[in-house]
Design a protein around this ligand. Structure first.
Ligand code: CP
Length: 528
């Protein structure tokens, strides 16, 4: 049987289905038991055991736990582990990430473990790696493991966190009540929890952070959409005052240095609100356990060190679990483990594109054109794009008409103006007339739909509308030089200089998710 894990990338936690994660946890549990019992025969079953199998660590941001646990996991597997010395690499000579990783792929390495500031980097590397493998006739495309990308996600931390919570709950997946405390804005480990906690059937999350460090809207909405019960508190003190306190607390490190002078002036106050104190010990429920992805600040630890030697200390076992989870993850991606998986695997191929957002409207070919007679001269043959930005402000419609002409290269003879909608007289709309233009092909129609959802495209011949199409919002917006993710940390942002083409997926009528960093934008925000 094929191994569904072999060669897979893990760029966000949702790249593995729930069944795949449960399988990974089961294997980690078996591994932990074999280690505890020193069962050497059993341990052999988990190893890749191939000194030619190449794994590369590329850490462009500092790390102890993630980097070293992967290094120890690779040692367990007896494979070839290389580390790119990023401080002395040609990344510092403005080499692109694509060129850097293509070079390493040429040295027969199959798994890359990557930490960087650039959000969505592994998604981009995965795409780029597939193209490299095709060009170079490699048997297998390289796999990329996201070891933390900016304030986006930290999926392998999420795996070890979930495993640790399951252990603490004696493998009961019915429900979890967890408090997430600290810098929820920058903390990528808590962002991964928006999908990660779905491993539990009923999820109650208490978010404890001053508003300045609150959970970003995208992840908050994701948690709500995933059916989590959410409560929000601005400090540990206000949380302690409520009578329903979680037994599981997950702290994250404040990253106040990223937030400018105004916040830095208030750092003591903000830190105080998310730091546990001795006098609170009597107010938390019995058998409470604290977790932390670590590191904690030696001068300002939000979990004070006096708690190290108390039963609240769950973070040391959590950290140690990191190596075990990563042993199994490497074994799965290498294809050594996973043949007996019988659950539902994550779909790794995209659904084929459909064009149902382009609808043909019946036309009466006997009727001559009257409705486009508002211009200098009625159009007798050509193209009319009507109902552009209907209902928007006149200045916005005019701006967008100029953008459409530029992006679609609708230069030459013709005109465009703003008119009152006949159907909705209180609304304005934009119209573009292009005499002598021929009927647009599918590629052009897709572009017009992306630029002017809701518009109609009329093909006119001899004063008659011979074809009329209503274009709705397409599910994806891509393949335009004039779109850009607004997140400057996103790998596709122009300031990164990586030439990664922006791509957006529609998630609601007016929200579009960046393919790489997953930040959401309104329709207007994605256009330059
Ligand atoms: N938890 C975690 O990512 O720690 P490091 O930054 O030390 O890798």
């Amino acid at each position: 049987m094929d191994n569904p894990f072999k060669g897979r990338s893990l760029t966000v936690i949702d790249d593995f289905s729930l069944d795949e994660r449960l399988y990974l946890f089961e294997k980690t549990r078996e591994l932990k038991k074999a280690i505890t019992e020193n069962n050497l025969d059993e341990l052999e079953k988990f190893r890749i055991n191939n000194s030619d199998f190449g794994i590369y660590e590329v850490f462009i941001e500092d790390s102890t736990r993630t980097k070293e646990s992967f290094k120890n996991a690779a040692a367990f597997h007896r494979v070839k582990l290389n580390t790119l010395e990023t401080n002395y690499s040609s990344i510092n000579k403005s080499e692109s990430f694509a060129d850097t990783f293509n070079t390493l792929c040429g040295y027969d390495n199959l798994i890359y473990i990557v930490r960087s500031q650039q959000e969505g980097l592994c998604r981009w590397l995965e795409e780029n790696g597939k193209l490299y493998a095709q060009r170079n006739k490699m048997k297998q495309a390289p796999a990329f493991i996201n070891a933390g990308d900016g304030k986006h996600e930290h999926p392998t931390q999420e795996l070890l966190d979930e495993f640790t919570f399951l252990e603490q709950k004696n493998w009961d997946r019915e429900s979890i009540h967890i408090a997430l405390v600290g810098d929820l804005y920058h903390g990528r480990t808590v962002h991964s929890k928006a999908d990660g906690l779905l491993i539990f059937k009923k999820v109650k999350v208490d978010l404890i952070a001053p508003p300045e460090l609150g959970m970003p809207e995208y992840y908050l909405n994701k948690m709500k959409d995933n059916g989590f019960e959410i409560r929000i508190f601005d400090s540990i003190d206000s949380y302690i005052d409520n009578n329903d306190i979680a037994q599981l607390w997950y702290f994250t490190r404040p990253q106040l240095e990223r937030m400018g002078d105004a916040i830095l002036k208030r750092q003591d106050e903000l830190r105080y609100r998310i730091t546990f104190r001795k006098e609170l010990m009597d107010k938390i429920p019995e058998r409470t356990t604290f977790y932390h992805p670590l590191p904690r600040h030696k001068l300002h630890p939000t979990i004070p060190t006096f708690l190290d030697a108390t039963p609240l200390n769950g973070w040391e076992n959590q950290s140690a679990n990191g190596k075990l989870i990563r042993i199994i993850l490497l074994g799965l991606i290498a294809g050594t483990i996973g043949h007996d998986f019988t659950g539902i695997a994550k779909k790794t191929t995209e659904e084929p594109e459909t064009h149902d957002y382009i609808q043909e409207v019946p036309v009466d070919e006997n009727k001559t054109v009257k409705e486009y007679a508002e211009g200098v001269k009625p159009i007798s043959s050509g193209l009319v794009i009507d109902h552009i930005c209907r209902g928007e402000k006149e200045e916005d419609i005019r701006d967008h008409l100029a953008r459409m002409i530029r992006v679609l290269a609708l230069y030459g003879k013709g005109g465009e103006w703003i008119s009152r909608s006949r159907e909705y007289p209180d609304k304005m709309k934009g119209i573009i007339f292009r005499p002598e233009y021929s009927a647009p092909g599918i590629k052009k129609l897709k572009q017009i739909a992306a630029l002017a959802p809701g518009c109609t495209v009329n093909v006119i011949r001899e004063k008659k509308v011979v074809k009329k199409l209503k274009l709705n919002m397409p599910p994806k917006i891509y393949n335009f030089p004039n779109i850009c993710c607004k997140n400057t940390d996103c790998i596709s942002h122009s300031s990164q200089g990586e030439n990664v083409p922006a791509e957006f997926k529609r998630i609601t009528d007016d929200r579009f998710k960046c393919k790489y960093c997953e930040n959401t934008h309104s329709f207007k925000e994605i256009w330059i």
